[in-house]
Design a protein. Structure first.
Length: 98
């Protein structure tokens, strides 16, 4: 498969439903501790997002509006667990020469 250099603007609004929750969860759990280490933050986000189901949407309300309170609580629990595990994994696998 060959990729074009220009991506059609129709795809600009697509994103993973969990991104916002993961980014927020990382900020909540780490605070300013790793603010000056964007590589660490990006690695944690990638690991956490890879632990969660993939849910691509165009508008956040598309999914959040239709979730029951139980589904929302389950999603929050999954995100919290994924972020915790990702933080520990990335901390344990950091290169010490950085």
């Amino acid at each position: 498969m060959k990729f074009k250099k220009e991506i059609h603007p129709a795809f600009d609004d697509l994103h993973n439903f969990y991104e916002e929750y993961v980014f927020s969860g990382i900020a909540d759990q780490l605070g300013a501790e790793y603010e000056d280490n964007p590589g660490f933050l990006a690695d944690v986000a990638c690991v956490a997002l890879n632990k969660l189901p993939v849910k691509y949407i165009r508008h956040h309300v598309d999914m959040a509006f239709y979730m029951t309170p139980e589904e929302y609580a389950q999603m929050e629990t999954m995100v919290h667990k994924a972020v915790n595990e990702a933080i520990e994994l990335v901390k344990n696998h950091q290169r010490h020469d950085q």
